[in-house]
Design a protein around this ligand. Structure first.
Ligand SMILES: [Zn+2]
Length: 676
């Protein structure tokens, strides 16, 4: 195994991982050695006869674990983006071991004693602001991990963390497996009436891929309301598709959700918090449970009223147009689309020819990054990604110097998890001399051979959104790895990505990318206006389905320790009904049993973060439009004060440095139609 490509830092440009050389069997030995190396490095710190200093303790800890970090960043992306049964088994095996490794470091009394000693005299160490913050953040991490608990408490904590890691990995795999198992099979093309020709073709390709040649397979996307529901005219099929979606992993993940919530509550109690949510938000910009609940209380009633109004309108339309007297959840998106066509003369299919992937990417997303930040992009066909679809771009500054690498992996495949996300493959830090390599993963259907990939409006938004995360990683200019790029509070991390969505509708950007893929003709201005009007219709639904999911997450994680939840579905129903979100016509964007954000990723008691961040986002978009500076100057301020800072400065201080005051909620209320 001396030829394991993880063992040495990559010699490729920007330390791009040497994907061509990495094989599945390289991961485990690299994890094994990576963990052992880091423990040896920690032992060297704690056995240092010199008294603790910032360098021999704090910086030494920051430097430790280089090999582990290398393999972990590659593995995490690979396992979500191009997984195999072998990688999934490895995930199940490694998750509890990595949790234990983390505990071994954060619960190490000798290591903490050195941090404690430094922390006590931190004001006298002569540290610059970023270094002082590093010491404080590490100290907080030890305390929050439970280093001050007595031995038996720590023992229980380790057990809980190990079991949580295993259960989260199991939850993740159940979602992956059941999402595929419940894909809806359709035997005859006629049943797919309403779907676009390329969607029908994609369903046929899916059928072949799954060994059902001649059948059509509608694969499920992560969230509840499948996008095909907007198009399928066959009401029975719509009902079947929605039922397949909402019933995902009920048997397997219902009990796991209960167990995960229970263990998290117990851990919070051990650490002195009344609930897991209280433990989580104490370290977020929200700060308290009350602050989050106040936002819910402010948003839920007007959003529900809007959704009810929309629902009435849709039900009336359905009855008038088609004699439907029992309007149901699986009809909502379909009649939304019909109403949009009738009232705004807007047909979603009419738009897609104007959103061809390459144009949206180069003339939209990259173009906007040029306008705001002066960036340019060159595809590096000579550099190999981890999959043929993962393309590598070099990113250049306005002065022509090189900034980092951006990988774009835009298409769906059987081996990829659902949704869209950004990962870092190399994290920028001055300390380690590393520069950023980031990747965006999306799930855009592969077009048929020789055909262009035409996007929906939502997919265009996702492309801009994820690229906002990418910029956050690329612009990182911090000294310490702990603060790199997106290492910011969870309820802040969606803010830069949401801000980046604004470019998609800026007139100069839209005009540059929204061109008919055959004729090059620009998207007609009146179509843009109709689109904007149609966007407002449907805000009630979108806000409520999001809030219902956010509230579910919240409810699971505000249950006090020891309170036993009997049945996941009953718990859900009771929580939603109590909050006034129980309308079966608008199911939550995620039901608990496939809510991967909170049960297998890092968003437990954190899904509220999207709308929490959107307060900052809407306020910042207003600032971009009203601050009197040019777009380029505004971009530079946003980059210098916020995007480049990562976690090295308090998150809300970054916001204040840009906008000049505390955030205000009015722009969000207006955007979502919640201001009456
Ligand atoms: Zn995001």
């Amino acid at each position: 195994m001396s030829d394991n490509p993880f063992f040495e830092p990559s010699t490729l440009v920007f330390e791009l991982p040497p994907f061509a050389a990495i094989r599945e069997e390289h991961h485990l030995p690299a994890f094994d050695r990576g963990m052992a190396d880091q423990l040896a490095e920690i032992a060297a710190i704690t056995s240092d006869p010199e008294p603790p200093s910032f360098d021999n303790t704090v910086v030494a800890l920051e430097r430790s674990g280089a090999l582990l970090r290398r393999v972990r960043l590659v593995f995490d992306n690979r396992n979500s983006s191009d997984t195999t049964p072998g990688l999934q088994a490895l995930d199940a095996e490694l998750s509890p071991r990595l949790a234990a490794h983390q505990d071994t470091i954060l619960l190490d009394p000798a290591l903490f004693a050195r941090f404690e000693a430094l922390h006590r005299v931190r004001a006298e160490l002569g540290l610059d602001a970023e270094s002082l913050r590093l010491l404080e953040r590490h100290h907080t991490r030890f305390v929050r991990a439970g280093v001050r608990l007595p031995a038996e408490g720590q023992l229980r904590l380790r057990e809980i963390n190990g079991r949580l890691a295993s259960a989260q990995a199991a939850f993740r795999q159940n979602v992956f497996t059941d999402t595929r198992a419940r894909a809806v099979v359709v035997e005859r093309a006629e049943e797919l009436a309403g779907l676009s020709a390329d969607a029908v073709a994609a369903a046929a390709v899916n059928g072949r891929a799954l060994g059902r040649d001649g059948s059509y397979v509608l694969s499920l996307k992560n969230f509840t309301n499948q996008s095909e529901l907007a198009e399928l005219t066959d009401r029975e099929l719509r009902a079947r598709l929605l039922a397949a979606s909402v019933d995902r992993a009920v048997e397997s993940n219902g009990p796991l959700a209960i167990e995960l919530a229970g263990l998290r509550a117990e851990r919070a109690e051990l650490l002195g918090y009344p609930s897991h949510a209280a433990y989580v938000v104490a370290d977020e910009t929200a700060g308290t449970v009350g602050a989050v609940e106040e936002l819910f209380a402010r948003l839920i009633p007007p959003a529900v009223a809007n959704a009810q109004e929309e629902g009435r309108k849709l039900a009336e339309f359905a009855e008038r147009a088609d004699g439907v007297t029992d309007f149901a959840a699986h009809d909502w998106l379909y009649y939304s689309e019909r109403v949009r066509q009738a009232e705004y003369s807007l047909d979603a299919a009419e738009l897609r020819p104007y959103f061809e992937l390459e144009r949206v990417l180069h003339d939209g997303v990259f173009f906007a990054a040029g306008l705001a930040y002066g960036l340019t992009f060159t595809e590096r066909a000579d550099l190999t990604g981890y999959h043929p679809d993962a393309r590598v771009f070099e990113v250049f500054e306005a002065d022509g110097s090189s900034l980092g690498l951006f990988l774009g992996d835009f298409h769906a495949r059987e081996s990829k998890g659902g949704g869209a996300w950004m990962n870092e493959l190399v994290q920028q830090s001055e300390l380690l001399g590393q520069r950023p390599v980031v990747v965006n993963n999306l799930n855009i259907a592969h077009p048929a051979a020789g055909e262009p990939a035409l996007l929906t409006w939502d997919e265009v938004r996702t492309l801009f959104h994820e690229f906002g995360h990418a910029l956050h990683g690329l612009f990182s200019a911090v000294r310490y790895p702990l603060f790199s790029g997106t290492e910011v509070p969870r309820d802040f991390v969606e803010f830069p990505s949401q801000v980046n969505e604004m470019w998609m509708t800026r007139p100069e950007v839209l005009a540059n990318y929204a061109k008919h893929h055959l004729t090059g003709e620009p998207l007609p201005a009146e179509l843009v206006e109709r689109m904007a009007a149609a966007e407002r219709f449907g805000q009630g639904f979108r806000t409520v389905e999001y809030l219902a999911a956010a509230l579910l997450d919240w409810a699971w994680h505000t249950v006090p320790a020891g309170e036993q939840i009997e049945d996941a579905r009953e718990f859900e129903a009771a929580v939603l009904a109590k909050a006034g979100l129980g309308d079966p016509l608008v199911p939550p964007r995620y039901r608990s049993t496939y809510f991967s954000h909170v049960f297998s990723n890092d968003y437990s008691a954190g899904y509220y973060a999207y709308i929490w961040s959107e307060v900052l986002d809407a306020d910042t978009v207003r600032w971009f439009g009203t601050n009197g500076r040019s777009v380029r100057e505004s971009g530079e301020v946003f980059r210098a004060e916020l995007l480049s800072r990562g976690g090295s400065v308090d998150a809300l201080d970054c916001f204040r440095a840009v906008v000049g005051r505390d955030p205000e909620i009015a722009p969000l209320l207006s955007r979502r139609g919640l201001d009456g």
